[in-house]
Design a protein. Structure first.
Length: 398
């Protein structure tokens, strides 16, 4: 079996799938223990808050925050004194003395310029602890066809749903159909905190949880916006635009609607109906959520011409990668190979990159493309072997 086959599954129907503070203060820890005993007595009428602050929830939150980052220094430092770090964090939450650290901000050009703000690791633990409590409550109110940042959903599921809807609305391509493809201008920068809190208050009555949510939101700005990169931002993005989902599904009665973060599409056999809905959606966003449809990216197009959606170009009988994404992959591959030649990264890193790209590209009609790319890749790295390949060979032999 060729080594490229480890990387590539040519059958498109198959599954490829701290805080640095000094914590050695015994007096402080004794005081914390006394405070925690007091708050444990208050549990009877503060169930959600005590659940959030429980040792079990914070330990679970730590494990989630640590995932895929176990070798990061800030994770190693936090974990070295895990019990004390979580005890201090728990006490700060219960005593309302918790305050998030300033965000670390950097610019990412990939390909468009975006400002990414990263929270301190201990704050990310708090974000996971909060979402562990909020998600089971609020997830129930989300529509089926909201696909971002939800368990069992994702971009590939959204694309599959798009293909199913397109067949239905066009009656297996036997009639004309149209797509309203839209997104929201500067979405994460313009989410209004007061409106978001008013939405949350409909389902969340615990004042302590709302206090923590305000703390997290205000760490970015006083009134508007959420930082790209925070788990809470991703979750609140769904909470906020669930208002739009409900409007589209229950007021407009749109049958073929899909949303992924702030990108959404609606399909219909009538261009005029979509024009009317676009106006009504724009009005709803402006007046109820203080948001605005992107003027250039929100338009109605004929389905048979193909639709760009979530990194793919979806045609009547084909699913292609966007040319921009393919160019980006080729540039990245050249750069990774260069770094490997300079001994700045291991072959494992190169292999992981190719495996990840194959897992993504196999969802489109890319059989010949992948085969050619991976033949060249195997030839270039014929003398290399990754840890994953060694483990797979060992598993076969055993």
């Amino acid at each position: 079996m060729g080594r490229a086959s480890w990387l590539n599954n040519f059958n498109n129907n198959s599954n490829f799938n701290a805080n640095n503070r000094n914590i050695n203060n015994n007096n402080r820890l004794r005081g914390i223990a006394q405070a925690l005993r007091y708050y444990n007595l208050m549990a009877a009428y503060r169930n959600l808050w005590n659940e959030l602050c429980s040792s079990q929830n914070l330990e679970l939150a730590f494990r989630k925050a640590r995932k895929h980052k176990t070798l990061k220094k800030y994770v190693i430092d936090f974990e070295a004194n895990l019990h004390d770090n979580l005890s201090i964090l728990r006490a700060e939450l219960l005593l309302h003395s918790y305050s998030p650290k300033p965000l670390e901000t950097f610019i990412l050009r990939d390909p468009k310029t975006r400002k990414i703000s990263k929270s301190d690791f201990r704050d990310r633990v708090v974000h996971h602890a909060l979402c562990n409590i909020l998600e089971p409550i609020l997830e129930k109110g989300f529509i089926y066809d909201s696909y971002a940042n939800r368990i069992g959903k994702g971009a590939f599921k959204a694309v599959d749903r798009f293909k199913l809807f397109s067949k239905k609305v066009s009656r297996n391509n036997s009639r004309n159909a149209f797509v309203l493809k839209a997104d929201i201008r500067h979405y994460f920068d313009t989410v209004d905190h007061k409106i978001l809190l008013s939405i949350l208050k409909k389902r969340i009555k615990d004042k302590n949880l709302l206090w923590l949510i305000r703390k997290i939101l205000s760490n970015h700005s006083a009134e508007k916006g959420m930082p790209l990169g925070n788990l809470t931002s991703q979750f609140f993005a769904n909470v906020y635009l669930n208002e739009l989902d409900q409007f589209v599904k229950h007021k407009l009665k749109a049958k073929y609607y899909i949303r992924y973060v702030d990108d959404f599409i609606i399909m219909h056999s009538s261009y005029e109906v979509l024009e009317e809905w676009k106006l009504k959606i724009g009005f709803f966003l402006n007046n109820h959520l203080f948001l605005e449809l992107h003027p250039d990216k929100s338009k109605i197009v004929t389905m048979h011409r193909g639709i760009e959606f979530l990194g793919f170009n979806i045609l009547t009988n084909h699913l292609l990668l966007k040319r921009r994404n393919l160019r980006k992959f080729r540039r990245k591959l050249i750069e990774i190979c260069r770094l490997h030649e300079l001994n700045q990264i291991s072959y494992d890193k190169v292999y992981d990159f190719m495996e990840g790209w194959c897992a993504y590209a196999k969802h489109a009609d890319t059989y010949n493309m992948r085969k050619n790319i991976l033949n060249s890749f195997e030839e270039k790295f014929s003398q290399e072997i990754s840890s994953k390949e060694i483990n797979r060979l060992a598993a076969i032999k055993s």
